[in-house]
Ligand binder design. Structure first.
Ligand code: PEP
Length: 248
């Protein structure tokens, strides 16, 4: 059976105080056994990673970053390398989030380089893929998602995806309050598994896009959905814990 995983993406939100309060709230809930079936992780802004690593030490909560450089060291002003993230205690790192692709011009080739660099430093990359509304309306959802994954397969082969997580996040559902129906999400998740052949049966594939406690149960009950990547709702401790509880 594949593991269940719920990852929070805090994006560029919060302060030292609010991050610390949110982590405390999550730790109280997790230590009380509120979430039993899913591993829980939070992708925190770079500047709060170190404090977060200290705060969650010894707990079941895992730490992740939201982005990473494809280079490991050198003259790349403003960048953060995979080995730096590993050094801080990060377990996961998002690569290819749609906001990185659309706002910061990250091509599928760059995303593949980040994926490879993250794995080389012992991090587990969370490869984000998904179609825009125009692409869905044009009937090219499956082709878009396949080509985003193919860019990574070209570098590492399907087996190379085994030490990773894939997050299917329709762009039109991210931060919009619109959620893919369980059937829409299941169709894409099943297709992704087929594209990956044997490896596809073992890979953890998350759904992301305006997931809330009220929608998580039905989404996570789909055969090929192994949990969620959660943006806005992960900023509220109770709501995020309730999403974690929805994983069975
Ligand atoms: C995300 O940032 O990956 C995301 C899914 O955001 P939201 O849950 O707010 O749509």
């Amino acid at each position: 059976m594949r593991r269940q995983l719920v990852i929070g993406n805090w994006k560029m939100n919060g302060s030292s105080a609010s991050s610390s309060n949110l982590l405390s709230e999550l730790l109280v809930g997790l230590n009380a056994g509120r979430v039993d079936a899913a591993e829980m992780a939070v992708c925190v802004p770079y500047v709060y990673l170190s404090a977060a690593a200290d705060a969650i030490k010894g707990s079941s909560l895992k730490l992740g970053a939201q982005n990473v450089s494809q280079f490991d060291s050198g003259a790349y002003t403003g960048e953060v390398s995979p080995s730096m993230l590993a050094d801080l205690g990060c377990h996961y790192v998002l690569v290819g989030h749609s906001e990185r692709r659309s706002l910061f011009g990250e091509s599928s080739q760059i995303v593949a380089e980040k994926f490879v660099a993250a794995q080389a430093s012992g991090l587990t990359p969370v490869l984000c893929v998904g179609e825009t509304l125009e692409e869905r309306e044009a009937g090219s959802t499956l082709a878009v998602v396949e080509s985003q994954i193919a860019a990574v397969i070209e570098s590492v082969g399907p087996e190379g995806l085994l030490n990773s997580v894939i997050a299917y996040e329709p762009v039109w559902a991210i931060g919009t309050g619109l959620t893919a129906t369980p059937e829409q999400a299941q169709e894409v998740h099943q297709y992704i598994r087929r594209c990956l052949g044997e490896a596809g049966e073992k890979i953890c594939i998350l759904y992301g896009g305006s997931v809330k406690a009220s929608s998580a149960g039905e989404l996570f009950a789909q055969a090929d959905i192994d949990g969620g990547l959660v943006g806005g709702a992960s900023l509220q401790g109770e709501e995020f814990l309730a999403i974690g509880q929805a994983a069975k």
